[in-house]
Design a protein around this ligand. Structure first.
Ligand code: ZN
Length: 330
């Protein structure tokens, strides 16, 4: 029954223009179904091919877009890195200029150090090495002003060389500044010691008076009229005039006896002592530290004395020496 349905014919009538005859086309139903099926398969295939094509186009566009974005990011990165390299090159150049300026300052400091050493009469001058460096690096100051010359862009190798040289220069400067600091600390110590020694060297008149009534050396003894040796100098003064320590030191003896009267001995170091005799009174105790110019007693006439005066004596390694070279202006 079904087979018979496929066998039945279908007639298609084609009516052309009015003066032409009508065409009749007889086809079996199977043929019509086959043709329709073929058409549908063809249509489906075309649709599939079109969809695949559209998808491929879209995918390609998306891929290109991603690649473009990626390329753009890479270009941006490259641009940023180039800027960073350029900035680093500028900084290396700036550092190299600063190294030259710091070097110049260090040389000025060395020059100042030499002048200070000369002023403080120090014997140990700068090392020959430092002097040689000074000759190689004259003091220089960079200032803003006109510049010119042909452009020669630096190569990567030149930048590396400049960075290496700048690094070496800073290493060298760090070392030199460290040595300079050590020398200055040593110089400061030496100057403090020199000042301390100067403070401890008798160099003041021990009285306000400059009138010497009896100098150091042989003389007629004021009590016996016989020749004797005077181990110090006698300086005239009024009773209770101040007696000053001639230098910084320590009062090692503060006492009284019938020959020296009230007397004070000050130890100054370097084998030097000063002795102040016939005081009306002493103003320091044994063991006291005394400063240069400090009042340590008052003029008197105690002990073997004919009247108010100060007997001033300087001892070097226990032996009396002439105080005159230690009295300014005498
Ligand atoms: Zn005397």
């Amino acid at each position: 029954m079904r087979f018979k349905w496929f066998q039945n014919k279908l007639t298609f009538v084609i009516i052309p223009e009015a003066n032409e005859s009508v065409m009749r086309l007889k086809l079996s139903r199977a043929s019509v179904c086959a043709a329709a099926l073929s058409f549908l398969i063809l249509l489906g295939t075309a649709v599939c091919v079109y969809v695949a094509h559209v998808r491929a186009v879209v995918t390609t566009q998306m891929t290109e877009s991603r690649q473009q974005a990626h390329t753009s990011r890479l270009e941006q990165d490259l641009n940023n890195k180039n800027k960073a390299i350029e900035q680093l090159q500028k900084e290396i150049f700036q550092l190299s200029r600063q190294a030259v300026e710091v070097r110049s300052k260090v040389e000025e400091m060395k020059k100042l150090e030499r002048e200070l050493k000369k002023l403080s009469s120090m014997n140990d001058g700068p090392s020959s090495e430092a002097a040689a460096v000074s000759a190689d690096w004259p003091a220089m100051e960079l200032v803003q002003g006109g510049m010119g010359g042909p452009a020669h862009p630096v190569t990567a190798q030149q930048v590396r060389t400049l960075a290496r040289e700048t690094h070496a220069s800073y290493d060298s400067l760090r070392q030199e500044i460290s040595e300079l600091k050590d020398r200055w600390v040593q110089s400061k110590q030496t100057i403090l010691e020199q000042r301390e020694q100067a403070q401890r060297r008798p160099g003041l008149w021990p009285t306000g008076s400059r009138t010497v009534t009896s100098p150091f050396g042989y003389r007629k003894d004021p009590f016996t009229d016989k020749l004797s040796f005077h181990r110090g100098i006698d300086i005239a003064g009024k009773l209770n005039d101040p007696v000053l320590a001639a230098a910084k030191g320590t009062a090692v003896t503060v006492g009284y006896d019938k020959f020296h009267g009230h007397n004070v001995v000050v130890e100054h170091g370097n084998g030097l002592r000063t002795w102040y005799m016939h005081l009306n009174e002493a103003l320091v105790k044994q063991g006291d530290g005394v400063e240069r110019g400090q009042e340590i007693g008052k003029i008197g006439s105690t002990g073997r004395s004919t009247g108010p005066h100060l007997h001033y004596e300087i001892l070097h390694n226990g032996k009396s020496i002439d105080p005159k070279p230690y009295l300014p202006g005498s």
